[in-house]
Design a protein around this ligand. Structure first.
Ligand code: NCD
Ligand code: ZN
Length: 362
């Protein structure tokens, strides 16, 4: 193997921020090898109106017109069934991201996952219109007696996913950035009745960094700290097994989440988020190569996500004239990427990767 045509690639979970950070980061979706990305709404303030979606999409498109940006709302009391219905019909949004309050960066406007019932009228419309519910699957620890911590928060969230699926079997739900073997098992279980060709309603994204990291790697290095945190060897193994399996419910969502260097290299209140966008495809390819599963790489990085999001021909047409190629060639990760005052340290800064991407006309 020296070259593979990946066709149209998709990263179904990106944080592109705004202002100077966005100008620095947004072009790196493409330079990292991604055609289509699904954009997170956790700006300050979060994206909860139609006008915000339109403005943010224009802002990103002006920076990087060759990339397709799929937009999302932030699940909150400000959303109404009418708004969702209207934005879905106009093709403005593809999903709604649910952040449990307090679990991660900019989640203070989020919701209580112990009780989703106030959002059921929204979920009904989403189910009807094919709008995806993206779950940040961590249960917030409110009281000490809950015994919730960053290690068990994802496993403790899983009953909420089970209940949502049983109450809305046709609602498409993605458990984002899965980090535990329990989560992988549950996604498989909820899909166990599916036969080839059936519509899939439960999916899971897997990041690049969680295929590399365990708890030790972030405990000693804040650059590797993100939410949900990387867990144990058995969890990493389950994630690698799921990603490389080719199973259609597992696909790529980098959760690339840049923070300026001065908010990462501190002793207190380290910001959660690992920046991987500038080499997203290359990081993942290296893992598939290592485990001799490169034949399943295109499923994970291109086909499965596009299929789950049910992207229509109109969206794909923009990308039909070119393909992303994975090339076996040394690729050094920059020590830092910078734009004036904004500096971001990428994952595995300074390391040599085995692969690089090229864009070629078909
Ligand atoms: C994300 C961010 O920085 O916006 N951080 C992270 O650790 N993943 C938020 C999120 O997706 O949880
Ligand atoms: Zn995220």
């Amino acid at each position: 193997m020296s070259e593979i045509n990946l066709g149209i690639t998709a990263d179904m979970h990106v944080h592109l921020r705004d202002g100077a950070m966005s100008k620095l980061i947004t072009p790196t979706v493409r330079s990292g090898g991604i055609s289509i990305c699904y954009v997170m709404p956790n700006l300050v303030p979060p994206i909860t109106t139609k006008q915000q979606v339109i403005n943010y999409h224009k802002q990103l498109n002006d920076i990087a017109p060759e990339t397709t940006f799929l937009m999302s709302f932030y699940l909150s009391k400000d959303l109404t069934p009418e708004l969702i219905s209207e934005c879905a019909d106009e093709g403005l949004i593809h999903g709604i991201k649910c952040y449990p309050a307090g679990v991660t960066t900019n989640s203070k406007y989020g919701v209580d996952p112990n009780d989703f019932s106030q959002f059921y009228p929204l979920f009904e419309v989403m189910e009807k219109k094919g709008i995806i519910l993206n779950l940040h699957g961590e249960k917030p620890g409110i009281e000490e007696k809950d015994e919730i911590n960053i290690i068990n928060a994802e496993s403790k969230f899983l009953p909420a996913l089970r209940k949502l699926h049983s109450d809305f079997p046709k609602l498409k739900i993605i458990l984002e950035h899965t980090t535990t073997s329990e989560a992988i098992e549950l996604v498989r279980e909820l899909n166990s009745d599916k036969k080839e060709g059936d519509d899939i309603t439960i999916g899971a994204t897997i990041t690049a960094h969680h295929l590399y990291l365990i708890i030790d790697n972030w405990a000693s290095n804040p650059i590797n700290y993100c939410k949900p945190v990387a867990k144990f060897h058995k969890d990493k193994k389950a994630l690698i097994d799921a990603a490389t399996s080719g199973e259609p419910w597992f696909f790529f969502g980098s959760d690339s989440a840049p923070h300026p260097i001065h908010k990462k290299q501190v002793h207190v209140d380290v910001c959660a988020g690992v920046y991987t966008q500038c080499n997203s495809v290359a990081y993942v390819a290296e893992i598939f190569d290592k485990y001799n599963k490169i034949e399943n790489f295109k499923k994970f990085i291109s086909d499965n996500g596009i299929k789950f999001y049910d992207l229509n021909e109109k969206i794909l047409a923009k990308h039909k004239g070119e393909s992303v190629w994975l090339i076996e060639r040394e690729n050094k990760v920059p020590e830092v990427i910078a734009n004036g005052d904004v500096e971001v340290v990428p994952f595995k800064a300074g390391d040599e990767l085995k692969y690089i991407v090229e864009w070629r006309k078909n």
